[in-house]
Write a protein that binds this ligand. Structure first.
Ligand code: GTR
Length: 427
């Protein structure tokens, strides 16, 4: 096929393809990353400077949450109410007897039109105490996370992928286990942790019009909004809402120690776990794996993906306000170290990958570094170092950081760091 003229390509491509087409054109030269002034993390709207943990917690934290709602991710509408849970199955000899697997349907009585989400929970057998837990959404559904063939195949909409054997936007038998390398269940369970996961598409299908069939559309007062307004929620906020509903369930399950529940996510779902952990202080530990632009990476640094590209490729992820900062990042009242700081004083770990330059590993480190003063208000240390560490060398106190060998992915090495960090803080 003859290549399309550049302008025409830019007009047609959206989503994944557009982002991919932009990757080779992005800036990867550190000397061109630009000089920038970060907004004042500790300066309150009235101009006063936060000097105590109490002042942070009472005044600055709520201000920053409101800024993120208005300018970046959007706020969840009021009145959704509490979820309902229905345990669909319990398998006590899962993973060759090492674990118990439960499947739980989480629905919303205030919105019966929403089919709900299917939570898959693995708890280690023989632990004799409630298990600390990692909770996160998946890209491919429970049947993709697990290699157990009796996990029901998701019937929901999926992004097209030959490699993952998605046919007509639906999973097939051949899709089973296609995400299992990112969820090393036996390794996690053998260290005494539980794993709780659900398919992000249960909450909203991940495409520009996906909201129409997802929770956002089904709960919007008009039945279907024609245009989302500034400050109204985008998909990341909807997915983050789902993570909190998973935690609602876990608080009711005696096999889980919900006071020690980490929220974890990769890439767009890493942006989501950061936002979930920022809002919901019940999450005891927040993990960002390769979350990049709109996640842990500083937006003012011109390196890798930009605000212009992400808001063009994935407009549905954010609130409508966010696109106003494309090429105009200096006008945004937040930068992403604010998001990291919203985890304080709880532990947070940021994982980068050295070949994942699109996500700006150094920018991901710097947001941790610049969030550190908030931890200091609580008498804790943040990253503890001011330079990005060498490859495959984890650093940090309450803010952990590592940059792994390899590309954009979740590897056993990443899980090692997250579990070690959890054990260190939860001992
Ligand atoms: C890319 C996008 C990134 C990241 C990634 C993913 O296309 O540009 O911000 O979110 O997708 O989620 O895999």
């Amino acid at each position: 096929m003859r290549p399309l003229p550049i302008l025409l390509t830019a007009m047609i491509l959206t989503g994944e393809d557009f982002a991919e087409a932009q990757q080779s054109k992005a800036n990867y030269d550190e000397s061109l990353a630009g000089s920038y002034t970060l907004p004042g993390l500790l300066t309150r709207a009235d101009g006063s400077v936060v000097k105590t943990a109490e002042d942070w917690q009472k005044h600055r934290r709520p201000e920053i949450l409101a800024l993120y709602q208005q300018h970046v991710y959007g706020r969840v509408p009021e009145g959704l109410g509490a979820p309902a849970f229905s345990v669909k199955s319990v398998k006590t000899d899962a993973l060759g007897g090492k674990a118990t697997r439960k499947l739980i349907q989480i629905t919303l009585p205030s919105c019966p039109a929403w089919e709900g989400m299917e939570l898959m929970l693995y708890t280690p057998n023989g632990l004799n105490r409630p298990a600390p837990c990692f909770a996160g959404l998946s890209f491919g559904g429970n049947h993709a996370v697990s290699t157990e063939t009796d996990v029901p195949l998701s019937t929901r909409w999926m992004r097209p992928s030959k490699e993952k054997h998605i046919v007509d936007n639906r999973a097939t038998e051949a899709s089973r286990g296609n995400e299992s390398s990112r969820w090393p269940l036996e390794m996690i369970l053998s260290r005494g942790f539980a794993v709780a996961t659900a398919y992000y598409g249960d909450i909203e299908p991940d495409h520009a019009e996906g909201w129409k069939d997802g929770l956002r559309g089904l709960t919007s007062p008009a039945g279907a909004a024609t245009r989302w307004k500034e400050g109204e929620w985008g998909a990341i906020s909807a997915w983050a809402w789902g993570l909190s509903r998973i935690l609602d369930y876990l608080e009711n399950d005696r096999d889980v120690d919900a006071k020690h529940c980490a929220v974890i996510g990769h890439s767009r779902l890493g942006k989501t776990s950061l936002w979930a952990g920022a809002q919901d202080e019940r999450f005891a530990f927040t993990i960002s794996n390769n979350s990049g632009e709109g996640g842990a990476a500083l937006m003012r640094r011109n390196f890798g993906e930009t605000t212009a590209v992400i808001t063009r490729a994935f407009p549905h992820w954010f609130t409508a306000t966010y696109k106003n900062y494309a090429g105009n990042e200096a006008a945004c009242p937040v930068d992403q170290h604010f998001l990291v700081a919203l985890a304080a004083p709880r532990p947070i770990h940021i994982g980068s990958a050295v070949e994942d330059q699109w996500a700006d590993p150094k920018g991901e480190f710097l947001s941790g570094y610049h969030a550190s003063p908030v931890y200091e208000l609580f008498g804790k240390l943040g990253t503890g170092v001011s330079e990005q560490p060498a490859i495959d060398t984890a650093v940090g106190h309450s803010i952990g950081y590592h940059v792994r060998t390899g590309g954009h992915d979740v590897k056993d090495y990443d899980w090692e760091q997250y579990m070690t960090f959890a054990e260190k803080h939860w001992r």
